[in-house]
Ligand binder design. Structure first.
Ligand code: SF4
Length: 372
């Protein structure tokens, strides 16, 4: 596998880019404040071959927990920041990489320009020997780009966002960053990353299909998106985001290694994901998941809807209210978890909130009504 020469970015004990072996990553889905469980899952993933493990941090309590988690695992840790970019300062001493999403920088302190927020994150990263990932996601794009009437399709907006942030970080003379451009649609991931690698050829890329979902589709979609990129030498690190329970998280690493093996052996996927009538998009869950019943719910929805063969239906199933409302916008039906109930919408319009017992029959009823 001959990778394109991007610049080398060190992340803890490993490096990505510059022809280094492609790194396989995963993410903990335990509550971050549950120090014991989170440290255990990080170590399990590292032992299974994860070169970087990501942890979500949304509060000071999460940041305090991270200090303890750091002591209990040898994994290279990456922190996933949501809106409160200032938490970077609290967690950076205990992690090797900080990941921020340009689309999430606008909600907290909206009066502060995103450039000031990025400057803050980069200063903190520099002072704490951390790398940075700019994680652009199709379902949570920068709202300033979305209101731009000239901006066009989501794929163009994703690339614009990634290039804009890369160019800005370059002006800060900070080279230890990589970029990811993710979508739940494999063809979009392939096309967007190809285009970005032409515009910014030296920036290392982290590859992945966001919300790839349950097996086997989650792996099929990831193969379709990632293998053609790696075969062209694009990509320095990857994650196969699967909707699996915490005790099965290693399957993301096994899947990532399988993809690398396929590319090495030339047994790659055709590059086009042939969607069936039913397309379930579901997140891999993380510390933000509102209820542990999420994975079982996603599996139940998959089992009960797989009889759909005659008409196309996309159902998005998300684990939390942080990303659920936005990431379900483009699906025919969107479901996202709350603590005690589950929210349902149809083509972006809220239908209501239902209990964990009611939601699947309700979803089936609405799908059926729409296709009488
Ligand atoms: S939708 Fe929520 S629970 Fe699922 S991965 Fe994203 S942030 Fe985590």
């Amino acid at each position: 596998m001959l990778q394109k020469k991007t610049r080398i970015v060190r992340i803890g004990t490993i490096s990505i880019g510059g022809g280094e072996p492609v790194a396989v990553q995963s993410m903990a889905a335990t509550k971050t404040v549950d120090i014991e469980s989170t440290a255990a899952v990080c170590q399990r993933l590292a032992d299974a071959g994860a070169t970087i493990v990501r942890i979500a941090v949304d509060s000071k309590a999460d940041a305090d927990a991270l200090r303890e988690i750091r002591k209990r695992t040898t994994a290279n840790l990456s922190v996933d920041l949501q809106e409160n970019y200032k938490l970077a300062e609290l967690v950076a001493p205990y992690v090797d990489k900080i990941r921020y999403n340009p689309g999430h920088l606008h909600h907290f302190e909206p009066q502060t320009a995103w450039q000031e927020k990025v400057k803050f994150i980069i200063r903190v990263a520099r002072e704490n020997d951390c790398a940075v990932r700019v994680g652009v996601n199709c379902g949570s794009l920068d709202p300033n780009l979305l209101v731009d009437a000239e901006s066009g399709k989501n794929i163009d907006l994703m690339i614009r966002s990634a290039v804009e942030h890369s160019e800005f970080i370059d002006t800060l003379n900070f080279a230890r960053y990589c970029v990811s451009i993710k979508s739940s649609d494999p063809a979009t991931v392939t096309a967007a990353n190809k285009r970005f690698s032409v515009i910014c050829p030296d920036v290392p890329l982290h590859l992945g299909v966001t919300e790839a979902g349950l097996l086997p589709e989650g792996l099929i979609k990831s193969r379709a998106a990632i293998e053609p990129l790696l075969a062209e030498g694009i990509g320095d690190t990857l994650r196969v985001s699967l909707t699996v329970s915490n005790d099965r998280k290693e399957e993301e690493i096994i899947a990532g290694k399988l993809i690398l093996e396929n590319v090495k052996n030339g047994t790659i996927h055709s590059g086009i994901w042939q969607r069936a009538a039913l397309n379930i998009i579901s997140c891999p869950s993380c510390a933000r998941v509102e209820n542990d019943r999420f994975v079982a719910l996603a599996e139940r929805i998959y089992d009960r809807t797989r009889v759909i063969k005659d008409y196309p239906v996309t159902i998005a199933v998300m684990g939390c209210r942080v990303n659920g409302p936005g990431e379900t916008d483009n699906a025919d039906f969107g479901v996202w978890c709350g603590i005690k109930s589950v929210n349902l919408k149809q083509k972006g319009k809220i239908i209501g909130t239902f209990s964990y017992e009611e939601i699947v029959p309700k979803l089936l009823e609405i799908i059926e009504e729409n296709h009488k």
